[in-house]
Design a protein around this ligand. Structure first.
Ligand code: EPU
Length: 425
């Protein structure tokens, strides 16, 4: 029997109302990996997503106990007890579930002094090597043997601090080093480290458990190894890409929405773009209001960069909005090699996009029309939802499992704002 897994979106319904922005997937995942090193911790605002469940399955396989509860405000809390860790491998089926499985390597190594894993899965955004992860862990004293399918890692002596300069500020590699170095002997310094808010959140979590991590003003991360981490109760930051996605949905469908529980300072590269496109924003400390009642205007060019630059994960949702803007917008993707797969799906809905290599030129059209399209990856899928909300007629979006990896109740939340989305799973 064919598996149904799609949204059916009836477009051109205004969005009005309030949205609570859930916790950040990309902050929660490394924190869950790091929880392996703590006795017991409780993660507040933990998003209830398939990628988080994949991380939870890895923790359970390793011997941790996990429990979901709901706090007084109705928000999810995930508790992890890591005192019974008994395994030091991640089976291939769990590794393939998501890219972030690689961040468990630093944690398992620090906890067990050995690890056996295979290569991680994740969105198809072009080649996603793990060379920076591996060369950095080697500098901390890890011996790694690769046979093309499997990685056998061990620590012949002790994990020790090291000076590491990353060739590129890789988010995952920075996280892996931070986690492993927390329990290493001596000082580790990571230069050219990633500076994403999720890195600060991981440092905040580890420090709350007794780690000694400092992030300097130039982004350098200094970690003074400690012997043991205790536990803590920690609140994950709100998801900045989920926030951008709702803003782009509103830009495409028109309307006025208020995002609550968000951190606008994490969106400093995206908000000016939306303002230039003609969206009216009111920026509070933890709230963000967007009002889009007039036709959108194009912006000359948007170039993705490591934080604090324009986030690669925001490219696809903003591109969906740009499809409706008057004039041409040039998108330049500098992080991943193949991040425009969704552009061809947008074209099926009547968008005018020419994409080649790392550059896409979007010429705005008056209206998109409904079509049958397919999610190619998580953010590309979210872009299709945003575009469908502003399109005339019905859009059938297939393969929405990609979207469920990163968005909690996207259809229900948008419906509560006035959208018309049927989710068939
Ligand atoms: N890279 C290497 N070698 C490495 C590691 C990375 O060449 O060892 C390259 C990658 O191939 C890529 C670039 O460096 O071209 C950036 O990769 P990075 O390691 O920074 O990304 P990541 O840790 O794999 C995280 C997010 C992504 C987000 C990127 C960039 C998580 C779980 N994932 O990925 O999020 O796009 O940082 O900000 O944190 C998403 O949520 O949809 C998503 C893809």
């Amino acid at each position: 029997m064919m598996e149904t897994n799609r949204y059916i979106v009836d477009g051109l319904h205004r969005l009005d109302g309030e949205v609570w922005v859930h916790g950040a997937k990309n902050a929660a995942l490394p924190i869950l990996a790091a929880s392996l090193l703590c006795d017991e911790c409780e993660i507040e605002n933990c998003p209830d997503l398939s990628d988080v469940h994949a991380a939870e399955n890895i923790l359970k396989h390793l011997g941790c106990k996990t429990l979901w509860e709901t706090d007084m405000n109705g928000k999810k809390v995930l508790s992890i007890k890591s005192t019974g860790v008994s395994a030091c491998d991640i089976p291939d089926n769990l590794m393939r579930e998501m890219r972030s499985s690689i961040v468990f390597l630093g944690a398992i190594i620090a906890q067990c002094k050995k690890a056996t894993i295979s290569y991680p899965g994740g969105c198809e955004l072009g080649p996603r090597p793990i060379d920076i992860h591996l060369s950095s862990l080697r500098k901390l004293g890890v011996e790694i043997q690769e046979d093309g399918e499997c990685l056998e890692c061990s620590v012949p002596q002790k994990l020790h601090g090291a000076e590491i300069t990353l060739p590129f500020p890789s988010v995952g590699a920075t996280e892996n080093i931070m986690i492993a170095a927390t329990l290493a002997e001596g000082e580790t310094v990571i230069r050219n480290a990633a500076r994403e808010p999720e890195i600060l959140d991981l440092a905040g979590f580890l420090n709350a458990c007794g780690a000694k991590i400092k992030i300097l003003s130039d982004g350098t991360v200094a970690i003074h190894g400690v012997n043991h981490l205790t536990g803590c109760r920690y609140r994950v930051i709100p998801d900045r890409i989920v926030a951008v996605t709702y803003l782009c949905c509103c830009a495409a469908a028109k309307g006025e929405i208020l995002l609550k529980g968000t951190k606008p300072e994490h969106l400093s590269a995206v908000l000016p773009v939306l303002e230039e496109m003609g969206c009216k924003l009111k920026i509070g400390r933890e709230e963000l209001q967007i009002c889009c009642n007039t036709p959108l205007q194009s912006v000359s060019s948007i170039s993705t960069m490591p934080y604090p630059g324009f986030p690669t994960d925001a490219l696809a949702p903003v591109m969906a909005a740009a499809c409706f803007a008057h004039g041409s917008t040039v998108f330049i993707e500098n992080i991943f090699q193949d991040r425009f797969k969704h552009a061809w799906e947008l074209c099926r809905m009547g968008a005018d996009i020419q994409a080649e290599g790392r550059i896409a030129v979007v010429r705005g059209v008056e209206c998109l029309h409904g079509a049958r399209v397919r999610c190619t990856d998580l953010r590309g899928g979210a872009a299709l939802v945003a575009a469908a909300l502003g399109a005339r007629g019905k859009t059938v979006i297939e393969d929405i499992r990609h979207v469920l990896r990163g968005y909690e109740k996207l259809d229900k939340t948008l419906n509560s704002l006035g959208a018309s989305i049927i989710c068939e799973l």
